[in-house]
Design a protein around this ligand. Structure first.
Ligand SMILES: Cc1ncc(COP(=O)(O)O)c(C=O)c1O
Length: 469
């Protein structure tokens, strides 16, 4: 399409005149949604104006919601300027590049100062410094395990230090548990929508993951029972509290029912409680209901800071903990002492508990924002969850929505990333939903701008673009 703007003679900046001409041509129907515009250089030559004047004109037109620039493929008319079919691509510049795909907690501002102070105090003790710089020591091990006991107590679980093992984050724990609690060739049951990081660990351990259908409370006990019967599985990995990605929280009755199935079927359970402490309506861990069958994984990643790379595992028995300890040694020899010392001291001195409270409070505010801006019935974000699950209207496909959001610099994660097949010939359809990592926006204002842009996308039908050659 060769657009030839007619610029009015007379006063006013030229860039604005170009933008006005564009708006007038769209209103008059001479330009339609999806029409390609000339390159800035071409238009500048034809109008006999500076290249930067056209750049400013296109920026002004984008600000008015008239244009949609796609990197590498040019500039296109986005839609009518009166808003009747306004392009969702027309968003303010500052909305650009908000990553809602990495599920990190909103780290409190005070944490940097706390980290500096802790490292300084650790560094002030020559004995401790020597321990930081060498291989594992009994003292370091004992401190880390005691921190685990204290962390578990905060979750309402009473445990002795011999049943606690410390790993380099939950991912490390899950990888080792898949390798030690299952045998190559085994089937391990997981939620039908689950944390994708399990897949690589399952492949390394040579086990097959099979998804078990879920509902709004998470794993369904009847489906778990059927899956045990069908696959002869002996291990289940699940997230009963603030499930990733759906945010589901099992009721107490549901937890009891899952534990009953596990007992009846001889199933061992790995409870991944990575976000559990953040939930404002506290939920009883499975490990408190059935310590004999549940291996509990608690991590500091979502509740304090992922860079600490510290998780605490509570095994059903002392021997199980010792086996896990041996697996830690076999995989990494020892955990890095410095982050471990920071983690242990923060759990001991209350810094970790302060972080949990602050992150939970901030997450609750962000979740409320998501519900308010995106429409409460479409969004699941229980108070304290750092991620939200957004169900899309039928006008949008997941791929279309993710692409449109990406176009506007907002990254979200499509539901299909989380799907684990149930092993049947007719797998369940992938939900029309995306996960939003609310915690990774740098601040609430950036999150609000990104959520408003997503709301604008949802409010409109996907634009039908004219094919471009
Ligand atoms: C459910 C779940 N489990 C485990 C992990 C891994 O956590 P970590 O950073 O503690 O290794 C994640 C990270 O996103 C997760 O969402």
């Amino acid at each position: 399409m060769r657009w030839n703007p007619r610029l009015p003679r007379g006063g006013g900046p030229v860039y604005r005149a170009i933008a006005d001409a564009l708006e007038a041509d769209i209103k008059a129907g001479r330009l339609g949604a999806g029409d390609a515009l000339p390159t800035q250089r071409d238009l500048a030559e034809r109008l006999g104006v500076n290249f930067t004047t056209v750049t400013r004109a296109y920026a002004e037109a984008r600000r008015r919601g008239l244009l949609d620039a796609r990197v590498g493929s040019g500039t296109f008319v986005a839609g009518a300027p009166n808003g009747s079919a306004a392009s969702t691509a027309a968003v303010p510049e500052e909305t650009r590049d908000v990553d809602l795909s990495v599920n990190a907690p909103p780290v409190p501002a005070w944490m940097g100062g706390a980290l500096r102070a802790t490292i300084e105090s650790v560094g002030a003790d020559g004995d401790v410094v020597r321990q930081m710089l060498t291989y594992r020591t009994r003292r370091g091990d004992a401190m880390a395990r005691e921190a685990g006991v204290a962390w578990l107590r905060g979750r309402g679980i009473d445990a002795s230090a011999e049943r606690v093992a410390v790993t380099g984050g939950a991912q490390h724990a899950l990888a080792l548990l898949l390798a030690t609690l299952a045998r190559p060739g085994d089937t391990v049951l997981v939620e039908a929508l689950c944390y994708p990081g399990l897949e690589g660990s399952a492949a390394s351990a040579g086990v097959r993951l099979v998804g078990v259908p879920v509902d709004e409370e998470g794993l369904r006990p009847d489906a778990l029972d059927a899956a045990c019967r069908r696959h002869g599985a002996t291990l289940l990995c699940c997230v009963p509290t603030l499930q990733n990605p759906t945010t589901a929280v099992m009721s107490l009755a549901r937890r009891q029912a899952i534990v009953d199935v596990a007992r009846r079927r001889g199933l061992r359970v790995v409870e991944d409680d990575i976000c559990g402490p953040l939930l404002q309506d506290a939920a009883t861990p499975l490990a408190a209901l059935a310590p004999d069958v549940v291996t509990y994984v608690g991590s500091l990643s979502k509740c304090v800071a992922p860079g600490l790379r510290t998780a605490f595992v509570l095994a059903p028995s002392r021997d199980d903990a010792a086996r896990l300890d041996a697996a830690v040694r076999a995989s990494v020899l020892m955990l890095s002492p410095l982050p471990l010392a920071v983690a242990a001291s923060w759990v001991a001195d209350g810094t970790a508990a302060r972080a949990v409270a602050d992150i939970s409070r901030e997450a609750a505010a962000r979740g409320a924002l998501a519900r308010a801006l995106l429409g409460a019935p479409n969004v699941s974000a229980p108070a304290g969850s750092i991620h939200a699950w957004l169900r899309l209207p039928s006008t949008w496909t997941v791929a279309g929505f993710v692409a449109e959001a990406q176009q506007q610099g907002i990254r979200v994660t499509p539901a299909d990333w989380y799907v684990r097949p149930d092993g049947s010939a007719r797998p369940a359809p992938v939900p029309n939903a995306v996960r939003l990592a609310l915690g990774s926006a740098p601040d609430r204002a950036a999150l609000e701008r990104a959520l408003r842009a997503l709301a604008a996308i949802l409010a409109h039908e996907p634009a039908r673009r004219a094919p471009t050659l």
